[in-house]
Design a protein around this ligand. Structure first.
Ligand SMILES: NC(=O)c1ccc[n+]([C@@H]2O[C@H](COP(=O)([O-])OP(=O)(O)OC[C@H]3O[C@@H](n4cnc5c(N)ncnc54)[C@H](OP(=O)(O)O)[C@@H]3O)[C@@H](O)[C@H]2O)c1
Length: 290
């Protein structure tokens, strides 16, 4: 898996030309966690390569991420999100929010800027125009969406393509205990349009890290523990490795506020599931495809 030096292989972020580690880090708790532990967690992930560091204006963690970046920009690939609340539905509001995020992060350009969720009653073109403007202005290298279904994703990808800003990613809830992106058309659309599927809550908010605590329990948990044991790895690594093996477009972003958790998750990049292990986990987690 390593490419000869101390770095891991990377995956493309859609058609943007940007490449990232197949595993990012979620920072939604960084604003309220121990700053020393957060900095060490950050150093751990960026030390491994171009790691997607995922924040959002609504997490209250952009300043914490900014403090980490100011100590060492490293190879962090920074992503934040615009929340299109009612009343914030113009390209101008999006650009204003982006400026505020950049100020909190201490950056002039963000690597990836997402629309945090769709606002169904508002024409998608308004947000496509805002995202395209973010790229044109040089304030964002790439743009994406979160929580978009396949149909909306195709529509905004189309609008963005016309503006010369390809849709880089759709960030959705995806884990072994929530496999709906495989059945609701989102994974298929990501493959077809060559868009990264950034998987949030990939450890089911921590429930998939503990034996006897994962949703659905029983067979799946026992299997994850067995596979982990066979590789001398953690259950978290098995859950993350399964997602990464599912499709080359999938990039999980497990949240971590503790360096040992980030280190443990990164260790998933150093080994792979056998085909038989992948298939067995596929079957045991099939009930959560719904
Ligand atoms: N776009 C959206 O709408 C959206 C929604 C939700 C989340 N997100 C993003 O997705 C990220 C990930 O989601 P999440 O943080 O909610 O859930 P998650 O990644 O499924 O789980 C995070 C939890 O697992 C623990 N953990 C991580 N690695 C571990 C390990 N190796 N062993 C044991 N425990 C471990 C963390 O503990 P510690 O904190 O103690 O290290 C934390 O409690 C968020 O941080 C956020 O950036 C996006």
């Amino acid at each position: 898996m390593r490419n000869g030096s101390s770095t891991f292989e990377t995956r493309p972020l859609g058609r943007t030309g940007l490449r990232v580690l197949p595993l990012g880090v979620g920072t939604n708790k960084w604003g309220r966690a121990d700053p020393a532990a957060v900095l060490e967690t950050y150093r751990t992930v960026v030390g491994a390569g171009p790691c997607l560091v995922d924040t959002a204006e609504v997490y209250g963690s952009e300043r914490a991420v900014g403090r980490c970046l100011s100590t060492d920009r490293g190879r962090a690939v920074v992503a934040s999100k615009f929340a299109p609340f009612p009343g914030r539905t113009s390209p101008r509001r999006l650009m204003k929010a982006l400026d505020a995020s950049l100020a909190r992060l201490g950056l002039e350009t963000i690597d990836l800027y997402y629309l945090h969720f769709p606002l169904p009653l508002i024409d998608l073109r308004v947000f496509a125009d805002g995202l395209a403007e973010a790229v044109k202005s040089g304030k964002a290298r790439a743009v994406g969406v979160c929580n978009f279904n396949a149909e909306r994703m195709r529509r905004i990808a189309d609008h963005l393509a016309k503006s010369g800003a390809p849709l880089a990613a759709n960030q959705v809830n995806y884990s072994l205990s929530r496999r709906t992106p495989e059945t609701n058309g989102v994974l298929d659309a990501c493959r077809e349009l060559d868009v990264a599927l950034v998987a949030y809550t990939p450890l089911a908010s921590g429930r998939l890290t503990r034996p006897g605590d994962a949703k659905g329990s029983g067979a799946l948990k026992a299997l994850l523990a067995d596979v982990a044991g066979a590789h001398g790895a953690s259950i978290s690594q098995v859950a993350l490795n399964w997602l990464m093996a599912r499709d080359a477009h999938v990039i999980p972003i497990p949240g971590a506020t503790k360096p040992r958790h980030a280190e443990d998750n990164l260790a998933a990049l150093a080994w792979r599931l056998s085909e038989a292990e992948f298939d067995a986990i596929d079957q045991a987690s099939a009930p959560w495809k719904r």
